[in-house]
Design a binder for this molecule. Structure first.
Ligand code: SF4
Length: 432
């Protein structure tokens, strides 16, 4: 049966892409289907499958895929690394979706550092580390390309110390290089947050509204750099995505799976089918990681920023009245409210961690992962009538919440519980 692939026109920070195909048009894998307006911040969009355009509307392009697909693609046409990265439609694949070329247009005048963010910050997600273990050369080559484009003097690969095999593979591959080093990160959430990575590597904590450039640094996610290598060396547009697929899957044997080069636009349900199918009974379907992912439906498509698909454990029955404590680096207010509703609880109070500052309609943490104290917020929620707390805090702050909430008679639920339970992972509570 022919499958439907959906390509939302807006998969990046900035402007949506403009359709370049019409209904009924026959297209082939790697063909441009929507383009970035000239001089705008946006990203081209290419089809990951060959088939026929079934629908073009203001939000998306739908393609009816041929039953037989080949891996070949229409190659990019540009000359020069930066133009190839721009033409490829590359965006930050760690979840942010900032157009990749947008970070690279202003070279450093002196010095400068490019940091490959290989923190794989979220629990469960592991496709970036698996890719490094398999072929560290791809990431290193992508980093070299970017170093050259921005005239940076140093490359740094930031990776958690616990990923010993990946670290070893990188060390071997970097043996004869002097301009790229490894920086080991502690195993805490949110070590992969952009400003947390800059702080760990450079020692500078940036203000909430500052970009890494202020610390003479550019941060790029590990898979993004691998796709830079493909765009420049293979002329491949961004059409495939590596994923971690996990949770309530049939069989109970392979609860965390890595899937390489999954075609963009494929439906969530088709990806779960490829992983063996969903088990009977599951709760939240999460696109992304357990902390920052979003709730999705089975017919939603995989997009450029999709890193994980997780079928969480069935929702726990919550208390009648619950208080929400929201982190800037964890589940946002909207997802927390969805979770509370699914637990059958009425939200009687919402508090934000005091380091979660509002910046341009979103929240950013002043010092990610370093707890400012949570007692006052917990007391506020208790006073509002909460019988329990649902929190999305980082590991350090969850630890603090645990040390005071229980003493106040408030049980604690965490936004990651359903995902972590589904894969038998230790829950985010007290730090060891
Ligand atoms: S300090 Fe607060 S806002 Fe920052 S990461 Fe921790 S819980 Fe989130």
């Amino acid at each position: 049966m022919k499958k439907r692939y959906r390509f939302p026109l807006k998969q990046n920070i900035g402007e949506p892409a403009v359709p370049a195909v019409v209904n009924g048009e026959t297209i082939v894998r790697g063909q441009l289907i929507a383009f970035k307006r000239e001089n705008s911040l946006g990203a081209n969009l290419f089809t990951s499958v060959s088939g026929v355009v079934a629908e073009v509307n203001e939000k998306e392009i739908v393609i009816l895929a041929n039953e037989e697909q080949k891996r070949e693609f229409v190659p990019l046409k540009s000359e020069g690394a930066l133009d190839l990265i721009e033409e490829a439609g590359l965006v930050g694949l760690g979840g942010a979706g900032f157009p990749a070329y947008g970070k690279l247009t202003k070279p450093f005048e002196k010095g400068g550092m490019v940091i490959a963010n290989a923190a794989e910050c979220e629990p469960i997600l592991c496709h970036n580390i698996a890719a490094i273990e398999k072929d560290p050369g791809k990431l290193i080559r992508g980093l070299e390309i970017v170093l050259e484009i921005v005239h940076a003097s140093e490359g740094v690969i930031a990776i958690k110390e616990k990923h010993q095999r990946a670290v070893q593979r990188l060390k071997e591959a970097l043996k004869d290089r002097t301009n790229i080093r490894i920086h080991l990160l502690p195993d805490m959430y949110p070590m992969g947050e952009e400003r947390a990575v800059v702080r760990e590597v450079t020692g500078n904590i940036l203000p909430v509204d500052a970009l890494p450039f202020r610390a003479d640094a550019i941060v790029m996610n590990a898979e993004t750099l691998c796709r830079v290598q493909e765009a420049v060396d293979l002329r491949k547009p961004l059409i495939d995505k590596d994923l971690t697929v996990a949770g309530k899957l049939k069989g109970n044997e392979n609860l965390i799976q890595i899937m390489e080069d999954i075609p963009l636009g494929i439906s969530v349900s088709d990806v779960f089918e490829m992983a063996g199918g969903l088990a009977e009974g599951y709760g939240e379907l999460i696109m992304g990681g357990p902390f920052t992912g979003k709730r999705v439906q089975l017919d939603d498509p995989v997009v450029k920023t999709t890193g994980g698909l997780i079928a969480a454990e069935c929702f726990m029955k919550g208390p009648e009245k619950i208080g929400l404590l929201v982190c800037a680096c964890g589940a946002d207010r909207e997802r927390m409210e969805e979770l509370a509703a699914s637990m059958g609880s009425q939200v009687v109070g919402i508090a934000y961690c005091k380091q979660a500052k509002e910046v341009k309609g979103t929240r950013k943490c002043e010092n990610p992962g370093r707890c400012p104290g949570q007692v006052q917020k917990v007391m506020e929620l208790k006073k509002a009538g909460a019988q329990a707390l649902l929190i999305s805090n980082c590991t350090d702050c969850s630890n603090t919440v645990m040390s005071c909430a229980l003493r106040m008679g408030l049980p604690v639920y965490h936004c990651t519980d359903g995902a972590l339970r589904a894969v038998n992972h230790v829950l985010i509570r007290r730090m060891k």
